[in-house]
Structure formats: C-alpha cells, structure tokens
Design a protein around this ligand. Sequence first.
Ligand code: PEP
Length: 252
Amino acid sequence: MRTPMIAGNWKLHKTCSEAVELVEALKQAVADAADVEVVVAPVFTALTSVAASIDNSNITLAAQNCYPQESGAFTGEVAPSLLKDAGCSYAIIGHSERRQIFGESDEFINQKAHALAAADLGTIFCIGETLEEREADRMYDVLRRQVRLGLKGLDTAAMASVVVAYEPVWAIGTGKTATNEQAQEVHAFLRALLKELYDENVAAATRILYGGSVKPDNVDGLMTQPDVDGALVGGASLKADDFARIVNFQSL
Ligand code: PEP
C-alpha cells in the first residue's frame, strides 16, 4: 500500500509571516486528513518559521532545492543536512523550473539525489517532458533518460526515500492538466521502468505523484487512477481552502 502524498510547492511566494499565516490556516483545514501525507515547500527563508508552526501537526516540511555538498565555499547554497536541521523531511529536486531556468542537468540532479540519501532526507524527484518533446514522440525517451540518469547509482534502500513526481512541463502553471488517461499512461510507464531498473518491490512501493495544474476540480479524477499516488501542486497550494480540498480528494 502506498500512502498518497499531496505536496504544495510554494515557489517564490510568501514572506515568513505570510507563510506562517497560510500554514496555520492549512493546519486547521487538514487537521482531520488521515491516510495522506501532507507536505508544504516554502522558500528557504520561511522554513524554520513554518517548521515551528507545523510542530505536532499532520503536515511535513520540504525544501524546494538543495546543493549536493555538505559545506564549503559554495556561496548562496544550502546543504541537505542544513535543511534537515531546519526541520525538513524532504527536498524537491529536478523541478522543470530548475532544469529550464537554471540549466540543471540530469547529472547535477543525480548528485543532489545522492546527497539527500546520504543526509537521510526524503527526495521528491521531478521529471517531465516539454510539449515539443511530447509532440515529437520523444516523451518516453526523455522520461527514461531523466529517470535513468537522475536516479543513477541509488540503491534499493535509498529508493525507499524517493518519491517520483511526473510533471509534464506543458501542464505546469498553464491551467492545462494532463487528462486522467494521459497521467495514468505515463505513471504506468514509470512504474514499469522502476521495475526494469530495480525490481518489483521498488516499483510497487515507490509513490509517483502527478503535477501540473492540479486543482480542486480535477484532483478526484487524477487520484482515481491506479498508478497516481498523489499530487505536487503549485498555484493551488497557495490558498489554504483549495489545497485542503486537494488533500481531501475523493476517489471516484
Ligand atoms: C509545480 O510547479 O510543481 C506545479 C505543478 O505548478 P502548478 O500546480 O501551478 O501547475
């Protein structure tokens, strides 16, 4: 059994006080949510404030990024152990905004995956094709490459702390969600790929989230798909009511 995860990626939004206000409202709204892991990922500067707010709640904390070194002359970067020290249980890596805007390669993302495993921090590992890649029939090649290189060298034990997030780039922040069938088709492909790269147990145990314009009005259909184990939510995670409705999804 895979416990569903609903994770909110707050991106570059919210001051410390706004982040605390949002998470306080969310805490009330999801207090009764059971059998679902609720995660929020504020900006670095709000991590410790949000960590204090969610102490003794059913919400866990993620960072939006990390650097694959523990310390040293790396101005402006944050190490996995520091994220853990700030109260994080997870870090998001491989988000398409980091791949596209900051030019992060599969190899660099792989270094981050290893650093997170070494620090005993969970990983939310994002992958996804662009519209151009999908239309050129290169979607599965791209996803295969991202998974193979991004997770390279991670052993079966390390995979227990990895959550995969399939986020088609064309659906992020655009209001265009993948259909339930499109999401299921890719998630089934990814699960089969995990079986090929690891084994049946890893494939069966690894949570695969869908991300890309998930909203209160489309979450139920997505969550009804057998291989969709949760959602990574951007825009709709910034409103407590919307995010709480997503957390309280109904399987159809
Ligand atoms: C995201 O950035 O991970 C995301 C899925 O954003 P949105 O929900 O706004 O499409």
